[in-house]
Ligand binder design. Structure first.
Ligand SMILES: *Cc1c(COP(=O)(O)O)cnc(C)c1O
Length: 426
């Protein structure tokens, strides 16, 4: 299987190259040359399904023989499909080490990178990411202690929760988190500058690990395939999915899984107040805009970075409207929905997942699976006052909450200062 940029269908690269690069040089995103239709009928286990489903993408590549191991490493926690009502289930993607769905993709990507042999003249590998919360933790956890790769995480000082900050500083020596005395946009801009900077480029082979990375997208198809097979076995009916969406990485994986022939009906994109995609569904015009802060902060995205992949797959707006939908939830909708779902089902959801349940109420699709992207206990400051209860953190989160002694290094948003700091450590 070969891969090409969304902006150029004539130049192909291998999977290994696509995994080591983030963005294509022409600014597009890498996509598979085709999405083969598979005839998988039964769900056995997550690692087995991952292996079967991803085999065509790894065929004849450097990682073909490693794929079974990579799948076992990435799918090493439970992914339950929890039934709330006759026609409504939740796919709980938050049982990984950092309690958010990004663990699946990050673990898969990390296992791939570790298994790609360095070439003779290759510089030391460094994953460089900016985070406003969840990405940094998932990437730090996934790469912690891996051979042959360092990770540097930049985050805005004082703008993430204590749990999230603890989650960035608790990994092995190859993972370094730096607080930047500015906002998230400055962190993201520093990462972009570093990728273009000669000094950085001459010392490290820089890798990205955000949701444009193919290594995160491919494994995400697996849980949609698996959940749809499990539902189909029970009901003999295709299932609708509703997905809390920010950069559209999680949802594009569902579109791809449907294209590969899995029994998936419509796909619902649940948005917060950042509603560029909602407007696109209405008007057919894509107008990115600055992001706005909401209770579902991991979805505070003004211009979904994976939009090009969606449009490359379904170019016609009519086809998009026929096979999917987008719904936007305000912060008030999010709060009301958390309360409603708790009262109705005695089930706790995080603010991101709440956009999904809100979209489900609006769309009335049945049977449907709402995708739960984070553990509710990561958002105590929203949920506890709202429901007037005390949340019990899951085992994985407890570790960080107890680990209170962090004294992070804080630096100004200055690329040279950051370079010096990292060089001293290495
Ligand atoms: C990242 C994230 C999302 C959004 O996922 P995308 O792939 O960016 O659309 C939703 N919920 C949570 C909890 C997240 O961390």
């Amino acid at each position: 299987m070969k891969f090409h940029s969304t902006r150029n269908e004539h130049e192909y690269i291998t999977l290994t190259e696509a995994l080591l690069k983030g963005l294509a040089p022409d600014g597009g995103l890498y996509v598979p040359e085709n999405l083969p239709r598979l005839k998988i009928k039964n769900f056995k286990s997550w690692p087995k399904l991952a292996e079967e489903m991803l085999k065509p993408f790894f065929k004849n590549g450097d990682l073909e023989k490693k794929l079974p191991n990579i799948c076992r490493e990435a799918f090493n926690f439970k992914i339950p499909l929890y039934k709330l009502a006759k026609n409504l289930s939740v796919l709980e993607l938050f049982h990984g080490p950092t309690a958010a769905f990004k663990d699946v993709g990050a673990q898969f990507l990390a296992a791939c990178i570790e298994n790609i042999k360095s070439t003779k003249n290759e510089l030391p590998r460094m994953v460089l990411v900016a985070t406003s919360g969840d990405t940094g933790g998932a990437v730090g956890s996934a790469f912690s202690g891996r051979k042959n790769v360092n990770v540097v995480i930049l985050y805005p000082q004082g703008k993430i929760s204590r749990t999230q900050e603890a989650q960035l500083h608790c990994w092995k020596k190859n993972v370094t988190a730096i607080a930047i005395k500015s906002d998230f946009d400055a962190c993201q801009s520093l990462v972009k500058q570093a990728f273009l900077n000669n000094q950085w480029q001459s010392r490290w082979h820089l890798l990205s690990a955000n949701s444009i990375s193919l290594g995160r997208l491919l494994p995400q198809m697996v849980y949609y395939a698996g959940a749809s097979l499990q539902e189909y076995e029970r009901r003999k009916k295709k299932i609708h999915f509703i997905i809390p969406t920010g950069n559209l990485g999680n949802a594009v994986a569902c579109f791809w899984a449907r294209e590969m022939g899995f029994p998936i009906a419509k796909i619902g994109l649940a948005l917060n107040a950042n509603k560029a995609l909602f407007d696109y569904y209405k008007s057919g015009e894509w107008v990115p805009r600055p992001s706005q802060m909401t209770l579902a902060n991991a979805m505070d995205v003004g211009a979904a970075s994976n939009f090009e992949r969606l449009r490359a797959l379904v170019p016609d707006i009519k086809d998009i409207q026929d096979s999917s939908a987008a719904i936007s939830a305000s912060d008030v909708d999010i709060r009301n929905t958390i309360r409603e779902i708790y009262n109705k089902f005695d089930y706790l959801i995080c603010p991101h997942t709440a956009t999904g349940f809100y979209a489900h109420k609006m769309l009335q699709w049945a049977p449907a699976v709402v995708v739960s992207t984070a553990h509710p206990a990561k958002f105590t400051e929203v949920i506890e006052p709202l429901l007037k209860l005390k949340l019990k953190p899951p085992q994985t989160l407890k570790k960080w909450i107890q680990n209170k002694k962090i004294e992070p290094t804080a630096l100004p948003p200055d690329l040279d200062r950051i370079l010096n700091f990292i060089s001293d450590k290495a």
